[in-house]
Structure formats: C-alpha cells, structure tokens
Design a protein around this ligand. Structure first.
Ligand SMILES: Cc1cc2nc3c(=O)[nH]c(=O)nc-3n(C[C@H](O)[C@H](O)[C@H](O)COP(=O)(O)OP(=O)(O)OC[C@H]3O[C@@H](n4cnc5c(N)ncnc54)[C@H](O)[C@@H]3O)c2cc1C
Length: 400
C-alpha cells in the first residue's frame, strides 16, 4: 500500500481529464491524474477527430504546445447542411459571415492526447498515474481521500477531486449523484476516409432519417483529400453496417454521402459508440467537481460535447485561480454548479431537439426542418447570433 498527496486529483485521463490536468498544472497547482487504463491499450487508439470551436481553441493553446500540433490542425472555415429528404437542398454557413477566419480547428484525438501527455510530463507539479482504477472516495473536513486499485492499492489525499471518468463515472456514483438519460436508440459510427474531391475546409452534415452523416476535414493523407466521418443512425442499422465487409460498408457510405466529396475510400478502422444524452443531477458533491462526460453526454451533433467540457474546464480554472486556498469551499463549488448546470441544460435541449428533428422519419418534420433551416440561413439577424452561440464563446480569464 502506498500514498500520495496533491491539491487536485483528476480521475480519468481521457481528453477532459488531460486538458484539465494540463490547464491546472500550468497554474502551478499540484495535480495527479489517474486512469484505470495502461497507456499501451489506452486512448491512443482513438480514431476520432474533435472539432474545437471558438474559445475552446484559446483554452487548448494554454493546455498544449500548440506549435507542435498546429500542422495537423485543420481550420474549419465553412459548414454546409444538406437535407437528403429535400432534393439535396443545402445551406451554407461561413465563418466570414460573422467576421471570423474560421469557426475552429479539427484535431485527431490521438495526436492531441500524445501532445497533452508530453505537456503534462514537462510540468514539475503534475503527473499521470495509469493502470490505477478509482474504487473509493472519502470526503473529510480538510481533504478527500481516493483509493486506487492497480498493481497495488494506492491512496491519494487531495483538497479536491475532479471526476473526468466518462459517462459511467465511478466517482459520480460514489459521490451519490444520480443521472438522467435521454435517447433515440441511436449509435454513431466513427471512421476516416480519403476522397476524390477537395473539402475546402468545409464540414458537411447530411441529414436523413436515423441521424446526420458528418464529414469533418482533416489533413490530407498522401495524395488524397481526407475527412473524418461520424455516421449516426438507429441501433439496428448501426449493427448491420458494422457487420458488413469494408468493401460493402464503403459502398453504403458512398451512397449515404450523396457524392458530396466524390468517391470515399476507408482509411482505417471503424468504431461504434452509443449516442444518447445524459445529464448528472448535480455537477458537484462534497470536495468533488464533475467535468466532461461524467457531467453531461450528448450525441455527436454539431461538435458540442467536448466544447461543453472546455467551458467546464475554463470555469474550473477561473475558480481555482481566484482562490487556491479555498479550492473545495462549498461556496466555490456551488458557483461552479450554478455557472455550468443551466448553460449545459440549455445547450443539451437544443442538441436533443436537433437530433430529434434529424432522426425522426416523418414527412411533416422534414418539411419543417427544411423550411426552418432555409429561413434561418437567410435571416442574418437570427443566423449570426446563433452561429456565434454554436461556435462557443466563453469567458477566458487571463493568467498573470
Ligand atoms: C464519434 C464521436 C465524435 C465526436 N466528435 C466531437 C467533436 O467533433 N467535437 C466535440 O466537441 N465533441 C465530440 N465528441 C464528444 C467527445 O469525444 C467527448 O465529449 C469526449 O471524448 C469525452 O471525453 P471524457 O474525457 O469526458 O470521457 P472519456 O473519453 O470516456 O474518458 C474517461 C476516462 O476515464 C477513465 N476511467 C473510467 N473509470 C475510471 C475509474 N474508475 N478510475 C480511473 N479511471 C477511470 C477511462 O479509462 C477513460 O480514459 C464526439 C464523440 C463521439 C462518440
């Protein structure tokens, strides 16, 4: 049995946990981040690409050595929504409509995770402990003790524990926080493709019954143009698609993409994720703060999930930098809950409405979606504020 002390222990070394660890580490806070996985089979095999939008990029630039990953970050300059139920009617939204060069950047998760780990190991006050599963938490008057099981039993005593351990968060349930789930029996398939037509730094979302099919531009692979694809559909169809051979699968993907990027060719493995929404009843408990999917999960529509997490981390950073001596004071924690819960609920409601309108197979809804989108796209005083909202602008307090 061994033990350690730190100011903040972060449970989970997925994107949320690593970005939080690095951000807090840069503030000079002593942080230990633990994950039940060992690095060898850990999240480096994540084939997803994350679109970081608006202020998320500013926060990311603090968490990671941006110059070292900039070459693999693809700017997202335009977004086009295609309605496959309406003669392929499409509406375009360009960053320059709201005076921006780009909405954000798309980055492959495995590149970002590697760079975050490197950054974290460069701070003298942060460390990652892998192969360590959090199994118990004991909040006390002056500290919280978390117990990790791995090669040996390990205790960490900290001022505050951050739950970044994903949708099935153990820390959240041990802290007695319940969740509510909402779903449309959908799954999302994630895979990367090369294609014959250029993407022009444009993301395309193609709506059809079952859910959207989204192509996000990534760095070209060799001679070909490349995109990362998220294909949302109902459970049964998703299972059927996953069971197909690569050749049959790519034929289906080509049909579903409506030739928007020319001919698609699969360039790696396919992975499948459940796609549903889940919200924790509270984002805090005694000496515990929830961030990322431990607090909120949304279907991968409009690149909102991780961007919501970036706003969690920005808020955590703001509170920590304002009062390092009172990290877990109840008034500090309730400020976190108050500032994040309502904002997340509003955004989740919008994402779920969008998902419902895209997933449901109903002619009247399709008609309403098409008319609504066209009205919205052609009405700048409505369109521009909503584009800004989708793009994520949150308050970034500056480090001194
Ligand atoms: C296909 C797809 C595409 C997406 N694209 C985008 C996008 O473009 N933009 C965007 O904003 N969002 C996107 N998202 C959402 C985004 O990927 C997620 O919000 C993000 O990956 C969640 O990260 P997390 O760190 O909160 O959770 P996870 O990635 O689940 O990480 C949790 C970590 O905790 C560890 N853990 C669990 N339990 C324990 C324990 N008891 N002890 C120790 N460790 C533990 C796990 O091993 C894991 O490493 C997408 C999601 C999907 C499915």
């Amino acid at each position: 049995m061994s033990s350690d002390t730190c100011e903040i222990v972060v449970i989970g070394a997925g994107l949320s946990g690593l970005i939080a660890t690095s951000t807090l580490g840069r503030l000079g806070i002593d942080v230990i981040c633990c994950d039940e996985k060992k690095p060898a089979n850990g999240c480096l095999d994540d084939n997803r690409v994350t679109a970081f939008l608006g202020s998320s990029i500013d926060l990311l630039k603090e968490a990671v050595d941006w110059q070292s990953i900039e070459r693999q970050a693809r700017p997202l300059k335009n977004m086009r929504i295609v309605d496959s139920s309406a003669d392929h009617d499409s509406q375009s939204f360009c960053a320059d409509m709201i005076g921006e060069k780009e909405f954000g950047f798309a980055l492959p998760n495995h590149i970002l995770i590697k760079a975050l780990k490197k950054q974290i190991s460069s701070f003298p006050n942060t460390k990652i402990q892998s192969g360590a599963k959090m199994v118990r938490q004991l909040p006390r008057l002056s500290e919280i003790i978390v117990t990790l099981e791995g090669d040996e039993t390990h205790h960490i005593r900290a001022d505050l524990a951050v739950a970044a351990d994903g949708g099935n968060s153990a820390l959240r349930s041990l802290a007695g926080i319940a969740t509510r789930g909402f779903g449309f029996h959908q799954k999302s398939l994630g895979f990367n493709v090369a294609h014959s037509e250029p993407h022009g730094d444009e993301t395309v979302e193609i709506y059809a019954a079952g859910g959207p099919f989204t192509l996000v531009p990534i760095e070209n692979t060799g001679e070909s143009f490349a995109s990362s694809c998220v294909w949302m559909t109902n459970n049964r169809e998703a299972e059927r698609l996953m069971a197909l051979s690569d050749e049959d699968f790519v034929a289906e993907a080509n049909r579903r993409s409506l030739g928007q990027r020319g001919t698609l060719r699969l360039t790696g493995v396919r992975k499948m994720w459940p796609a549903f929404a889940q919200l924790a009843d509270r984002f805090i408990a005694e000496r515990v703060v929830l961030i990322g999917e431990a607090a909120h999960m949304v279907p991968p529509i409009g690149a909102q999930g991780m961007n919501m997490t970036m706003a969690d981390i920005a808020e955590l950073r703001r509170l920590v930098s304002a009062g390092r001596d009172h990290l877990a004071a109840p008034r500090v924690l309730s400020r976190y809950h108050q500032s994040r819960y309502g904002a997340v609920l509003t955004r989740m409601t919008a994402i779920m409405a969008l998902n419902w309108m895209s997933a449901i197979d109903n002619g009247a809804i399709h008609h309403f979606r098409q008319k609504g989108l066209s009205f919205f796209a052609n009405t700048p005083f409505l369109r521009n504020p909503l584009m800004r909202m989708g793009m994520w602008q949150f308050e970034m307090t500056h480090l001194n």
